[in-house]
Ligand binder design. Structure first.
Ligand code: AMP
Length: 141
């Protein structure tokens, strides 16, 4: 994609701090990190979001996430990390080339996902389960 910033990183049109790379994925440091060392894992083939990810890339993506996470743990001596992905504008996605974030966490770093947790009204846990299961399909691969 010509106007995709991550495609430009992958094609080396714009510079990035590369942590890891193979034929399917690349990992770079996020330029606006939540904490220093915040890494991104990107598939090399352009895809907008999680559901758009090519089947043959899932494994490489998660494998790269493990390799980079392990390096973060050892190099930065962190005790924990968040692994997440924003998908869709409403979920906070700002670059529409699928990516995983891996961000270091520190004790008392005051970063909070502000959640207003709900309870299922009577019968709704089952109702939601039934509603969603109707659309569960076996993978196409
Ligand atoms: P998201 O908002 O989940 O789509 O995440 C996009 C991330 O890409 C943000 O955290 C940005 O800071 C990061 N980002 C944008 N441009 C670059 C770039 N040129 N190099 C590294 N990270 C970038």
């Amino acid at each position: 994609m010509t106007d995709c910033v991550f495609c430009k990183i992958i094609s080396k049109e714009i510079p990035a701090e590369v942590l890891y790379e193979n034929d399917k994925v690349i990992s770079v440091l996020d330029i606006n990190p939540i904490h220093l060392g915040h890494a991104l894992i990107l598939p090399k083939q352009h895809c907008n979001d999680f559901l758009d990810l090519p089947d043959q890339t899932y494994h490489s993506l998660l494998q790269a996430a493990r390799i980079v996470t392990s390096a973060l743990l050892q190099s930065l001596k962190i005790e924990g990390y968040n692994l997440f992905s924003n998908n869709g504008i409403i979920a906070g996605q700002s670059v529409f080339h699928f990516h995983l974030h891996i961000t270091p966490r520190y004790r008392e770093d005051n970063i909070r996902f502000v959640l207003n947790l709900k309870k299922y009204p009577d019968g709704d846990l089952k109702r939601y389960g039934t509603m969603i299961r109707k659309y569960i399909k076996s993978p196409a691969f």
